[in-house]
Structures are given as C-alpha cells and as structure tokens.
Design a protein around this ligand. Structure first.
Ligand SMILES: *Cc1c(COP(=O)(O)O)cnc(C)c1O
Length: 466
C-alpha cells in the first residue's frame, strides 16, 4: 500500500540516491531525502524481523480487524492526556472502564446491599506493566497509611506473590519493596496457599496472584489463597489485600471459565490489571487497571487535570500517550460483546486442543498446561523416558528456519531444571496454520532423529525476559 501519493521525482524508485549509495544511518543527514525511497528502504529492512503471525511466543495481538486499522489511522493524532481537547476520547475510556469493572464483577453502586460503596475506578495504561505498577503503588500507599495510623514503622514493605511476570520484579525494585516470590511446585506449576500464608506479615503490602501465568498459562488458586488470607485475619488480625495480575486471563476467564472466582466477587481483591493488547484483542499499547472502589485508590496518587472546565482525576506514569488503542478497545467491546469474545477465545481453545493432539502423536512430549484452569496455550516438555537425541532448544532453532518462533525456556525456581516449549494460541492462530506447524515439526524431528546435532547443546538463556 503506497503511503505517499506525491511523487517527488520521475526517476525509478530504486535509482534515486538514497537507494544507490550506502547511508550513514547513525548520524542525522544534512540533506532531505526522497520520502518514497526512505519509506521503501525501511519497509524492506523490516522484512528481516520475525513474522508476527508466526511468533508463537507472544500473548499480544498479531491480527487486527480492518476496522481497527482504520480507527487507529483516524486516531493517530489523539492524545489520551488531552481530556479537555478530546472529550469524546476521554469519555470512551471511561465507558471501557465501566464495561470492564462490570465484566470483573465490581459491585454496582445501585445495589442496595452495597451501602456506602463507592464505585469502581480505573484507567487505561500502555499495558499491564504500567497497570501493575499503578496497582502496586496503591497497595504500598495504603499499607503505609495503615502502619502510620497504627503508629508502626513503615520502612520495610514486602510483596508476596507466586511466580510472576518480570513487571513485578521491576515494581519491587523501583519502589524498594522486598519481593517474596514463592517457588513454583512441580506438578502444579504454581505456588500454594500455604506458602502464601507462611510469607505474609504486617509489612506485607499485598498478595499478587496471576490469572494465567506467563510460564505455563495456569490460573493461580486465587479463591483458595483468598480463603487462606481470611483465615489469617481470623487468627492474627492481619487484613491483607490482593491484587490480581490478569494480564491475559482478564479477557479470557470471564468468557470461558465464568465459574472461577478470581475478581471483585472476592472482597480482598482490591485491584486488577489486564492487557487490552493481549486477549482483549486491541492493538499494542493498551492495558487496564481497575480498583474495586474509589476508596482503594489513595487520593495522594491522583492528579487532577483540567477537563471541560472541570477537574478530571488521572493516575498514570506517562503524560502524553496515544488514544487509538483505547478507541480500538472500545470498538472490540462494542463489536464483539460477550458472545463474540466467547467465540474468539473458544476458537483458540479448540485450535490449542487440535495442536496438542497432533503433538501427542510424536510420543515424545508431556503436556503441562491445563486448559480447564488456564489460558489457551500449549506448553510441553520431553517425557522423562523420551531419549531424544536433540534438545528442545535445538528443535526451536530448526523450526526457526521455517519462520516459526517457538520459545524454549526453563521454568522459575523450584522448577528450574525443567525445560519447556510453549505456543500461545490466540486470535488468528488458525487450525490450518497449526496444521502447517505440525507438518514442520514432523519434518524437523525426523531430520533431527536421523542426523542428531553433533556435540552437546550449550546452556541457553532463558526466554522469560528476566
Ligand atoms: C504480559 C504480562 C505482563 C506484562 O504486560 P504488558 O501488557 O506486556 O506490559 C504482566 N503480567 C503477566 C501475567 C503477563 O502475561
């Protein structure tokens, strides 16, 4: 699709100077260049990137409806922070917050049982990492206020969590909080409620549980942890809040596993983050954080910006930020509705099952994800008796020659001796594509069996961004 319709020269594109001379791409040039040529050059360089549709590692959207492309194009100039100038964009963000609060079962203020209940509050972010940072900050501020009020010290905060995504390591480091990350147990691939309890004390700002871990896709046992914390309060008086990292699961569980209680139905759950750009089906750059009630977000953290002559509360790490992703989220929520999301996520589970069945036929792999209590992904390791003359890393390398990006990594402690491979099945991962992938698995495995790679495989860096 040519983006430039103003021809700047009649010369053939590939004969202009920008195309025929090596460019110094590390210094800004003195002169201007032909836009078509520069566009084409960059376009061609990007061909060397991996192909996102074959990126089986990512949880993020890699296919978007035409209407989303159009809205993104129309919104390229919308700045999310300019609430006064773009009141409709601001309004649309609030509508998304309402829809998601409702989807995650925040108490309705009109509910007579919810006396004194202030409404849920939240905002869009650039992704779950920013959202987690905001949720975590609220936990820290609230804890500090509790400690101060009780005349207790507030210099040694800790956060208790299971095996978390790297954004929580960042949060803990940036805000000087001791991260008590619990071990992953073999077999369940999660931490346990007992571990959580054993690590909580009066300096615990909160407990983070993940709805769909990045490692194996499991939903952590949130309801059990919640019950354990209730027991802790009965026994010791400690009242510990929970934050749920529902980066992926927030847009999956409500549609596919509505019976699993993980959200504002549980009273300790004070805040939830989710990535609009993962199973929310928005383009990259969209996340959400929602607090159960206004009271859970400390007033200190809120900045008021001028909005239609009034004051609009904002809480964000960024100032200027694009608005298109939020508009696209709104489009998806309106366009798909509950049934649409069910169909899209349901198709991913079906495709994941298809792939699992295909992979089973090799007789080499043991599956460690659980799609009845987890995300639509497939995660496997070698069976203990597999005796394959190659490593999973070498299998990934071979598949990469066909463009497939299949991550191989070790699990976190205490499962660090387990090497796994994983694909995330998401919107646009079709059965047909997975069929082609399985054919390539077959070809590559046959080859590796026939002529095993010589020499031992070297230790690889783990995939999980840490
Ligand atoms: C992806 C992910 C994150 C980080 O989210 P971004 O939207 O990429 O910033 C955090 N937690 C979990 C569980 C995730 O899967």
């Amino acid at each position: 699709m040519p983006l430039h319709n103003h021809k700047t020269t009649i010369d053939d594109l590939f004969t202009v100077e920008a195309m025929t001379k090596p460019l110094n791409v590390h210094r800004i040039s003195r002169k201007e260049r032909n836009p078509e040529a520069v566009y084409q050059m960059i376009h061609d360089e990007l061909l060397l990137d991996g192909n996102s549709r074959q990126n089986m590692a990512t949880f993020c959207s890699t296919w978007l409806e035409r209407e989303v492309h159009e809205l993104m194009h129309e919104c390229i100039d919308k700045n999310m922070i300019d609430k006064d100038e773009y009141p409709q964009t601001a309004n649309i963000e609030s509508r998304c917050v309402s829809m998601l609060s409702n989807l995650w079962n925040a108490k309705e203020v009109t509910d007579p049982a919810a006396k004194d209940h202030s409404p849920a509050i939240g905002c869009s972010t650039t992704g779950s990492s920013e959202a987690a940072m905001l949720g975590g900050m609220a936990l820290k501020w609230n804890w500090k206020a509790r400690q101060k009020a009780a005349g207790k010290p507030y210099d040694k905060p800790n956060l208790v969590c299971g095996p978390v995504q790297v954004c929580w390591h960042k949060f803990a480091r940036y805000w000087e909080i001791e991260l008590r990350e619990l071990p992953m147990h073999k077999g369940s691939y999660m931490s346990s409620p007992e571990d959580v309890l054993a690590h909580c004390d009066e300096n615990t700002i909160g407990v983070v549980q993940t709805l769909g871990t990045t490692f194996t896709g499991h939903y952590e046992p949130i309801e059990e942890v919640h019950a354990a914390l209730d027991k802790l309060q009965q026994d010791t008086g400690l009242d510990i809040p929970m934050h749920i990292d529902a980066a992926s699961g927030g847009f999956v569980a409500p549609f596919m596993h509505p019976e699993i209680k993980w959200d504002f139905r549980l009273s300790r759950v004070k805040s939830i983050n989710s990535s609009g750009h993962k199973f929310g089906l928005s383009p990259l750059g969209c996340g959400w954080v929602i607090w159960a009630s206004e009271k859970d977000l400390p007033e200190d953290l809120i900045f008021r910006v001028n909005y239609l002559g009034g004051q609009m509360p904002t809480f964000a790490l960024n100032f200027s930020r694009p608005g298109g992703e939020v508009i696209a989220q709104y489009y998806n929520l309106l366009r798909l509705g509950f049934e649409g999301y069910m169909k899209v996520q349901g198709a991913s589970y079906d495709a994941a099952r298809f792939f699992t069945e295909g992979l089973k036929k090799f007789g080499l792999f043991e599956f460690i994800n659980d799609s009845s209590k987890g995300l639509p992904l497939v995660c496997w390791k070698f069976k203990d008796n597999a005796k394959a003359p190659f490593s999973l890393y070498q299998l990934s390398d071979e598949l990469r020659q066909r463009g497939w990006l299949i991550p191989t990594y070790t699990l976190p402690p205490d499962c660090e001796d387990i090497v796994v491979q994983r694909i995330v099945v998401r919107h646009g991962t079709t059965v047909d594509m997975l069929h082609l992938l399985l054919k390539d698995f077959k070809e590559v495995i046959d080859e590796l069996m026939e002529s095993p790679p010589c020499g031992p495989d070297k230790e690889r860096k783990s995939f999980n961004h840490s």
